[in-house]
Ligand binder design. Structure first.
Ligand code: ADP
Length: 590
């Protein structure tokens, strides 16, 4: 950038120097000419005066010599009077005689005498200035006067003129130079700064700004550059914000998204897609879609969109490692304003959970119907048999009626459990939380189930050494939980077995363990026993009057109390359920 200023300054300087030199030469010449003219004029007048004196005395007069000498003395010049034959009549020399004087005089007279005119001549050999003038008396030429004097004074004046000129012009040059530097820097600085900023803008640094402290055109330039920079900065900011928003939206949307360009190359894969399909970005980005996608169905969708140019919505089941996941895939063609193909967007909604729920609902309906069908079929069968005549036999009648009663009880408890479950699962289900004494609750349950245990010759051991075990909870629901758990322990333990109920009253928690020495179950069954209608041993469950809904209800109620339930079991050894309650029971609303 300094180059511009230097070039401008250099150009200006060259121009000024040229002008000053030209001016110097012109002025010098003018001075010189003027001075020489004055000098010549003076000599001419002196020669005319001498002529007058010579004519007065007569060219051949012997009195002429002292007059000429006086004149020579006065004029500080050599004076020579030459007659019409060309011989020197009188001669007076001022100072030392130059070795060339005689020869020069002779030569000049030879050249000019016959021309009858005055002449000027500067002879450098003897550094003399000669002026010759014919002596005219009544228009007759009587001879010649030649005045000659040294040119040293001429040279001195010449030197002085040039010296003066050089000094004054040199000073002028320095002053012009200083002012020039100041003016150029005043004008070039804002331009330099503006150029610098423009270069920064070109590089993408939109924060660059220039000073705006000038009011002239350069100030306007600076202002315009700053406005441009500000606009660019605002524009890029807005664009970055837009880009960020889009990026955040694409990256954080719950569904997988893929963008394929018009030539079939994958341009964008969002985070959700990478997570769902567990893929590495490098194996997808800038690859052809049919090379990148592992699943034929997805390739088919893309091809269909490319061929038909219409959006496609389809549900797919995709095996991913050990899982099978369901997706609703929505693909749309991207067609530009001027009908050019820009590509395809694919959005993958993971609907596996929805599908699972749908399946669960179907299973539930099937299970409920099945569970209801069995006792109803049985009641219907026995009633028909009784009506067909069996009621006449008293023994059969009693037996059949007792079966009908048992099946009705099953139906009743099944419906009760279903109602309970649906109530608990309903949105807005609330527990009646209060400070309750778990000691009392457990005592009541034990009283209730003692008979049942005794009937099976099962020892019901309770380890609850506290006077009170207070916790925040819903007493009825807590009762329901432990009736189910202890009831199950009795149901799934063979005769003569043991059931242990242990309570630990800790600082913040109450830990209750229900342990039996029963039939137990395989480890892989454990996560499933909380599912509705899931039974490990169907026959035993039915015989004991189980509905298959007990543990599903327990799980919901435990969660509603913000408690944890943990199960360990071994086939033939027994099962342990451990429930840990938070005494404060915070956020117990469901
Ligand atoms: P059910 O009404 O059939 O007892 P639950 O939901 O209470 O239904 O229990 C689900 C299944 O879990 C039972 O059918 C049974 O196979 C198993 N189970 C529950 N408790 C125990 C236990 N203490 N010992 C062994 N198996 C159990």
């Amino acid at each position: 950038m300094h180059k511009f200023r230097t070039r401008l300054l250099f150009g200006l300087l060259t121009l000024i120097i040229a002008v000053l030199i030209g001016l110097g030469i012109l002025i010098g010449q003018l001075f010189q000419t003027y001075y020489i003219d004055t000098y010549k004029d003076r000599i001419k007048k002196e020669a005319e005066l001498t002529e007058t004196l010579v004519l007065k005395e007569g060219i051949d007069s012997t009195n002429l010599q002292p007059i000429i000498e006086t004149i020579s003395e006065q004029l500080e010049s050599n004076v020579a009077i030459i007659n019409s034959e060309g011989a020197i009549v009188t001669e007076a020399l001022y100072g030392e005689k130059s070795p060339y004087y005689d020869r020069t005089l002779e030569q000049l007279l030879g050249d000019n005498r016959n021309k009858k005119k005055s002449f000027y001549e500067i002879r450098t050999e003897d550094d003399l200035f000669f002026y010759g003038m014919p002596i005219i008396n009544d228009s007759d030429e009587e001879g010649f006067i030649v005045l000659s004097l040294p040119v040293s004074s001429l040279k001195l004046v010449n030197q002085q003129i040039w010296g003066l000129l050089i000094i004054s012009l040199g000073l002028a040059l320095i002053v012009i130079l200083i002012i020039g530097v100041r003016i150029t820097s005043q004008y070039t600085k804002p331009i330099e700064s503006a150029t610098q900023v423009a270069m920064e803008l070109a590089k993408g640094n939109y924060k660059a700004r220039t000073y705006e402290n000038h009011l002239d055109e350069t100030g306007m330039l600076s202002q315009s550059i700053n406005i441009l920079a500000r606009n660019l900065q605002d524009m890029t900011k807005a664009q970055e914000m837009q880009q960020d928003r889009l990026q955040t939206l694409i990256e954080n949307m719950g569904s997988g998204l893929i963008l394929i360009d018009g030539r079939g190359y994958i341009n964008l894969v969002n985070r959700a897609y990478k997570e769902i399909f567990q893929i590495d970005e490098n194996s997808y980005l800038y690859k052809l879609y049919y090379e990148a996608f592992e699943h034929e169905e997805i390739i088919d969708i893309v091809e269909e969109i490319f061929m038909t140019e219409v959006g496609v919505r389809r549900q797919l089941m995709v095996p991913l490692k050990i899982e099978r996941r369901h997706f609703e895939v929505y693909g749309v063609p991207i067609i530009g304003n001027s009908d050019e193909w820009k590509g395809v967007v694919l959005v993958f909604h993971d609907i596996t959970e929805l599908k699972k729920l749908e399946q669960m609902r179907k299973d539930f309906v099937a299970n409920v119907s099945h569970e209801l069908k069995t006792p109803i079929t049985s009641i219907k069968g026995f009633s028909e048999t009784l009506l067909d005549g069996a009621m006449n036999e008293r023994e059969t009648l009693t037996y059949f009626l007792s079966i009908i009663l048992k099946e009705s009880d099953r139906l009743q408890s099944l419906i009760q459990d279903l109602l309970d479950l649906s109530k608990i699962e309903q949105q807005g289900f609330e527990l009646n939380i209060e400070k309750c004494d778990f000691k009392e609750i457990l005592d009541e349950i034990i009283m209730l189930l003692e008979q049942k245990a005794k009937a099976k010759d099962i020892n019901l051991n309770v380890d609850n050494p506290y006077h009170h075990v207070y916790l925040q909870g819903d007493p009825d629901r807590l009762k329901q939980i432990f009736i189910n758990l202890i009831g199950n322990a009795i149901n799934y333990t063979l005769e003569g077995g043991q059931v242990f109920v242990t309570v630990k009253n800790l600082d913040d928690q109450v830990v209750v363990t229900v342990k039996d020495t029963g039939i137990g179950m395989k480890e892989e069954e454990i996560p499933r026993i909380f599912e509705r209608f899931y039974r490990v041993d169907k026959a035993r469950s039915r015989d004991s009057g189980g509905t298959g809904l007990g543990l599903a209800i327990v799980k919901h109620l435990v969660e509603a109390h913000h408690a944890d339930i943990f199960v360990t079991s071994h086939v033939g050894e027994g099962t342990t359920f451990t429930i840990t309650f938070n005494k404060e029971g915070k956020h117990l609303l469901r």
